[in-house]
Write a protein that binds this ligand. Structure first.
Ligand code: AHR
Length: 705
């Protein structure tokens, strides 16, 4: 329809009149047609140990390399303190398990804590000790109590006993006057040691046995916030001291011991996520067959957790263990979505289905039992012993991760074996397959033995690709499998995404939401990034560009993509509203490499995206519109069958001037959603959508079907 009259639009308190000569895009929302249900689990979180997501991230531990296993060649993150004439040195002990020198034996605490740090103080005139630089610093905040703990052996200056017939050790521990008992000072200090922010002492007893010491360190009210600090354990007495499992925790979310960072948990809570997919991602699998997420050795006291190789170039402590993942779910009222290791590893090895795979299937059944078994089951009882008798709700289990990478074709058999075993024990549990979908990895293989109920699809793309394919799910077969979009992101901006990525995300999300009868769950990835760059003593913290939530040692922020996630999951109804659209503007996508190869010209693709849902309890309508262009976009909106409509609504908009604009640690809220009241809503009205914006218009109707 050609507009030959002027349209009045109320924008917050601002009244704008636009003369519209050209045809506006028109969205006709048909509230008479009962739409499909929106999946209540549509928006969730995906997480794994990447980019220092937990160690140096969500998991609140402040000591880096607390069990000295990060690097077998050097005590990374640790240094020696020698002041006022004291002479001391530090040395890793038993760091290479396959080759432990004779004089470094007999220092293990248990099978998990096998490497430790030796401090040798041979002149105690001043202060000698060990210092830890933390994860890119230690966060010092005023009025804050930190919980410190560590193991020390006070005296070990006896010469080593030599086994009969064995050669005498080449190196011996020097015999130092045995005076190591007495006070040991523990402090959080400035890096130059001149300012002590918090300090306390423990009374070291004379013992050749390991003993755990614990104390609280509290900062004063006038302490200035800083991350330029380190943690020090020091003495003024000579001796040989051995340290292990050195830990320092700030206050945590819900005060959980061994818990999570409060600021990051609050950002997550704001997203109202319905589920958490964990523990990966690549982190589930690991490079080699023995490197999968070792859930059994992530349980119980930290003393029993040796950590493991990990998948992203650093060694995870596994302080964020299976129960911590589950408690994280509990804290944010998310349902766990557990991925179980299915016998394929990142370097390409796989375990054949059949007898060889059985131990892996049994291991997965044990893990599921730990999550949802009652306390009479073996693993349910173990969970109770670990402090959580109540079982967790678990309705979906994912079998493996990205098994499209397994070129052997073994997944068909592996999936069937896991599926049968899971279904035999837990008939109501849904098994998610990682191939068989229409993503690039899913298309690489077919499942022929068992039909998957749900398939995980992954999409990492740029904004053009997301926008071009935003109607991806419109024509999926409704009689086949349901879709879990278990990893996806518009990858623009680093380390966190920019507005253009958020526009691509929003376009893609309109398609998932419109099809959420089919797309029953979705989660963006990666979720976290520690944004610290390399220092002289610590590497760059992240491995993957374009992440959702960024943080450093002190603070955290959401990317524009984060806010789009938040808007979509906070403003959504339970029924999909059918929309007929006309006159949707287009934009020209530049040629891709594939296009040039096929001699294709630049392609027109949509420039505006939309979806509407309704809350049948309240009659509230949520219309989401994405304008990817640099022009304000007037849109005619027609609400068919809405009944009485309130002329006043609420508008939530996220936008910025340039698509490359972003949030950062120094400018964390440059781009955030702004909420305003709008007037002039009626059965038919016109609304102007800002350039480069994502908007949610909330309209109150009396239609509650
Ligand atoms: O999200 C980052 C990685 O991308 C995941 O670990 C993996 O599953 C995918 O390839």
């Amino acid at each position: 329809m050609k507009k030959l009259f002027s349209v009045s639009i109320f924008c917050s308190s601002l009244f704008i009149t636009i003369n519209l000569a050209a045809q506006n895009p028109r969205l006709t929302l048909d509230l008479n047609k009962p739409g499909a249900n929106v999946s209540p689990y549509l928006y969730g979180l995906m997480t794994e140990e990447i980019n220092h997501s937990y160690d140096g991230g969500l998991y609140a531990e402040l000591i880096r390399n607390r069990i000295f296993k990060d690097n077998p060649n050097t005590p990374e993150a640790w240094s020696v303190i020698q002041e006022g004439g004291a002479k001391a040195k530090i040395q890793l002990v038993a760091a290479k398990p396959d080759n432990i020198p004779f004089d470094q034996r007999r220092q293990a605490i248990n099978g998990a804590l096998t490497t430790c740090l030796q401090l040798l103080v041979d002149t105690g005139a001043g202060r000698a000790g060990i210092a830890n630089e933390g994860y890119w610093g230690i966060p010092v905040l005023p009025n804050t109590t930190y919980k410190a703990s560590f193991y020390i052996k006070g005296t070990e200056s006896r010469p080593f006993a030599v086994r009969p017939g064995a050669p005498a050790p080449a190196v011996t521990v020097p015999v130092i006057a045995d005076n190591t008992a007495g006070p040991i000072t523990v402090s959080i200090e400035s890096n130059d040691g001149k300012t002590v922010y918090a300090s306390g002492t423990i009374n070291l007893i004379k013992s050749t046995f390991w003993k755990k010491y614990e104390l609280n360190l509290t900062t004063a009210a006038d302490v200035k916030t800083t991350a330029a600090a380190h943690f020090v354990i020091s003495t003024n007495r000579t001796g040989v001291y051995y340290f292990n499992l050195v830990s320092l925790f700030p206050p945590t979310y819900h005060d959980r011991p061994n818990g999570n960072r409060i600021d990051i948990m609050r950002l997550l809570a704001g997203m109202k996520p319905a589920f958490l997919r964990f523990p990966g991602g690549n982190f589930l699998e690991g490079p080699k067959l023995n490197d999968a997420f070792p859930w059994k050795s992530t349980l119980g006291p930290l003393e029993n957790r040796p950590g493991h190789t990990g998948s992203w170039g650093y060694r995870p402590t596994d302080g964020m263990g299976l129960l911590e993942f589950l408690e994280w779910c509990e804290d944010l009222k998310m349902e766990p979505l557990l991925a179980v290791y299915a016998g394929y590893s990142l370097d390409g090895d796989h375990v054949d289905a059949g007898a060889l795979l059985k131990p892996y299937v049994d291991d997965a059944l044990d893990e599921i039992e730990y999550v949802k078994g009652d306390t009479h089951s073996y693993w349910g009882a173990k969970r109770a012993a670990d402090g959580h008798p109540a079982p967790f709700k678990l309705s979906y289990v994912e079998i493996g991760n990205e098994d499209g990478f397994d070129r052997s074709g073994s997944y068909d058999g592996r999936f069937a074996q896991f599926y049968d075993a899971v279904k035999a024990k837990y008939p109501a549990l849904h098994c998610i397959a990682t191939i068989g979908g229409k993503d690039f990895l899913g298309l690489r293989g077919k499942l022929t033995i068992r039909k998957p109920e749900v398939v995980d699809e992954h999409y990492y793309r740029n904004a053009w690709e997301m926008e071009e394919d935003a109607s991806h799910y419109d024509n999926y077969d409704r009689k086949g499998f349901k879709v879990f979009v278990g990893e996806w992101a518009t990858r623009e901006g680093a380390p966190t995404t920019n507005l253009n990525a958020a526009l691509g995300d929003a376009a893609w999300m309109t398609g998932m939401e419109r099809n959420s009868d089919l797309v029953i769950r979705s989660c963006y990835a990666p979720l976290f990034v520690n944004v610290n760059t390399a220092t002289t003593t610590a590497p760059k913290a992240w491995q993957w560009d374009s992440d959702l939530i960024g943080y450093n040692t002190l603070t955290s922020f959401g990317s524009p993509s984060y806010y789009v996630q938040k808007m979509f999951s906070n403003y959504v109804g339970n029924k999909i509203i059918h929309i007929t659209a006309t006159g949707i503007p287009t934009q020209t996508r530049p040629v891709t490499r594939k296009d040039s190869a096929a001699n294709k010209l630049p392609q027109p693709i949509p420039a505006m995206f939309y979806v509407a849902t309704k809350d049948t309890k309240t009659g509230k309508l949520f219309l989401k519109v994405v304008n990817t262009t640099d022009k304000p976009q007037p849109v005619d909106i027609d609400l068919k069958g809405a009944g009485r409509i309130s002329p006043e609504g609420t508008l939530v908009v996220i936008k910025s001037k340039k698509p490359g604009d972003t949030n950062s640690i120094d400018d964390p809220e440059k781009i955030v959603p702004v909420v305003s009241n709008v007037k002039g809503i009626s059965r038919q009205f016109t609304r102007l959508f800002d350039p480069y914006s994502v908007s949610v218009l909330q309209i109150s109707t009396e239609n509650k079907q």
